[in-house]
Ligand binder design. Structure first.
Ligand code: ISL
Ligand code: CA
Length: 541
């Protein structure tokens, strides 16, 4: 991994189930993606992160893998996959795969053997104990389930259909190396490594201190051998390819990230950290809602912008398949999305780090509006709803929290046009289509010069044209105390870029920079001495 193309990448995440259905069975697929490469080219992105497409019973939409070497037939075949890589590469778009190796599906052959016979060589691929400890998993449920055949409990930090792998076992690590090698040899350009900082577990398996949600999390985060495992994977496999890795890390600190992304240590190219997406919750738990404050948001982003100045690298993003949509978030009025979505994007993507755009974000796609909470179908939402109903919480609180937090918000079909199923499919899709597809859709926005989509294209163009200063420029927050304005500069040699964003619905009196080139503005005009509601401006001097 002695390359740095990842620092110039503009990455677009595709959630295959919801992007484009080519054979009208209601489920997105690989041929669907292939049919939309022109669209990806028109956006200007240069790398795709593809959420899991491996064989899976889909208990967690593919994050539960039953066979790492084959494509889930609902998505197509290995031939389709080869065609996809080939055509993406032809268009100078790289492809990174999702690597989910903290756990497998309970329907993986390894687990089937492991759970039926204590003496099977696969038994030690997983974590079995005679007695469970008190850990709670990420979906709010107990982290251990009973396995009758061996009279033991097995660990699963996510759903019970996602047993955790035992990375202490060198054979498991060898399997992971083989998997990486297989896909790299097929031409993929890297991996997004699912919950990678959970792979090493403290072997004492101590009880957590209290009975709060995520009990025991300290004991399964950044375990003692995490760095060794990552270095080993690099040495054995990754370093032999021109590839990148982005680790999804949960509850990591700045110091953790410095270590994980230090180029000399050869662990990960960059990580996803969720501090800034937790700005409107408590304890990093999205169900515990908290009022958004711009100052707090900036403080978090500043911490990493300054903190990683001379060490490490970062990913910048708002959305992914687990997060709610950014439109309508951060105290912003959903009806003003034509202004707020460009403002949010500009503010975020000119920071230092590799930008990630989640499918549909560039259209300003919104959260799903369901009538009844039971219409949510995601496993996490169902588990958490069940748990919340047992707790002393008001109906109103539960309603709001679930609506905000459900991962279904991000998973509705991509809105290509205003037809019945939004041009995603001719058949009823696996998940509800958002009813605002009539006015939020790709076809309509392409024709409208002032649409969110066309703003994103402009932003990406500006990003590429000014790549050096955005990549290497020194960052300074120019108004850290303001709860209304996010204003920063990026400085490289003689050049200075200034980004100013109004996070409020009010016009604000302020002196704007003079004698600069204006690179971006989400209004047609500039009003001297005034920053218009939700206005965003980018200057270059
Ligand atoms: O989504 C979250 C909160 O709603 C996170 O806690 C999330 O569960 C965590 O970031 C891990 O996510 C990843 O691994 C999960 C999978 O369900 C997610 O889709 C994936 O992004 C287990 O594989
Ligand atoms: Ca299909």
């Amino acid at each position: 991994m002695n390359n740095s193309w990842f620092k110039e990448a503009i990455i677009y995440q595709i959630y295959p189930q919801s992007f484009k259905d080519s054979n009208n069975d209601g489920i997105g697929d690989l041929q669907g993606i292939i049919s939309k490469i022109d669209y990806l080219v028109s956006l200007g992105i240069n790398c795709i992160w593809l959420s899991p497409i491996y064989v899976s019973p889909m208990a967690d939409n593919g994050y539960d893998i039953a066979d790492y070497y084959n494509i889930n037939p609902i998505y197509g075949t290995i031939e389709d996959f080869k065609e996809l890589i080939f055509k993406l590469h032809q268009n100078n778009i790289r492809l990174i795969m999702d690597l989910v190796v903290n756990h497998t599906s309970d329907e993986h052959r390894w687990f089937k053997e492991a759970s039926s016979d204590k003496n099977s060589p696969y038994h030690d691929y997983y974590i079995f104990k005679d007695k469970p400890n008190n850990w709670t998993g990420f979906f709010g449920d107990k982290a251990w389930s009973y396995n009758e055949k061996t009279n033991e409990y097995y660990l699963h930090l996510f759903d019970k259909k996602q047993p955790d792998l035992n990375w202490e076992n060198p054979l498991v690590r060898q399997e992971v190396q083989n998997i990486c090698k297989y896909w790299l040899d097929l031409g993929v350009d890297g991996f997004r490594c699912d919950v990678i900082n959970l792979i090493s577990k403290d072997q004492e398996f101590k009880n957590g201190h209290n009975k709060l949600i995520l009990v025991g999390k300290k004991y399964f985060i950044n375990g003692p051998k995490l760095h060794d495992y990552l270095q080993e994977l690099n040495e054995k496999v990754l370093s032999h390819y021109d590839c990148m890795t982005v680790g999804e890390t949960v509850f990591t600190t700045l110091d953790d990230i410095k270590l994980l992304t230090d180029e000399n240590r050869k662990e990960l190219s960059m990580v996803f950290n969720f501090d800034h997406t937790s700005v409107d919750n408590f304890l990093g738990v999205k169900w515990l809602m908290r009022k958004f404050k711009l100052k707090r948001f900036k403080k978090i982003l500043d911490k990493y912008q300054y903190g990683l100045e001379n060490a490490g690298w970062y990913s910048i993003f708002y959305e992914n398949h687990d997060q709610r949509r950014s439109v309508g978030r951060f105290n912003l009025d959903e009806k003003m999305a034509n202004y707020t979505a460009p403002m949010l994007a500009t503010t975020m993507y000119l920071l230092r780090g590799t930008p990630y755009i989640y499918q549909g974000q560039e259209l300003g796609m919104t959260n799903l509006n369901v009538k009844d909470l039971d219409e949510f179908i995601d496993v996490e939402t169902k588990d958490v709803l069940k748990l919340m109903k047992k707790l002393p919480l008001s109906k109103k609180y539960i309603d709001k929290s679930i609506r905000n937090g459900s991962r279904d918000n991000a998973r509705t079909p991509f809105q290509w046009d205003d037809s019945e199923y939004a041009g995603f499919s001719n058949a009823k899709p696996w998940i509800m289509v958002n009813d605002n597809k009539d006015f939020i859709n790709k076809e309509k926005e392409e024709k409208d010069e002032n649409s969110i989509l066309n703003y994103y294209k402009k932003l990406i163009r500006v990003y590429k044209e000014n790549n050096l200063i955005i990549r290497d420029g020194k960052y300074n927050d120019l108004k850290p105390k303001s709860n209304k304005i996010f204003m920063y500069e990026r400085i490289l040699n003689e050049q200075r870029m200034i980004v100013i964003s109004n996070f409020t619905s009010k016009t604000i009196k302020m002196k704007l920079p003079e004698d600069c080139q204006i690179l971006l503005n989400n209004y047609q005009e500039i009003k001297n001495n005034f920053l218009l509601p939700y206005q965003t401006l980018v200057y270059l001097k």
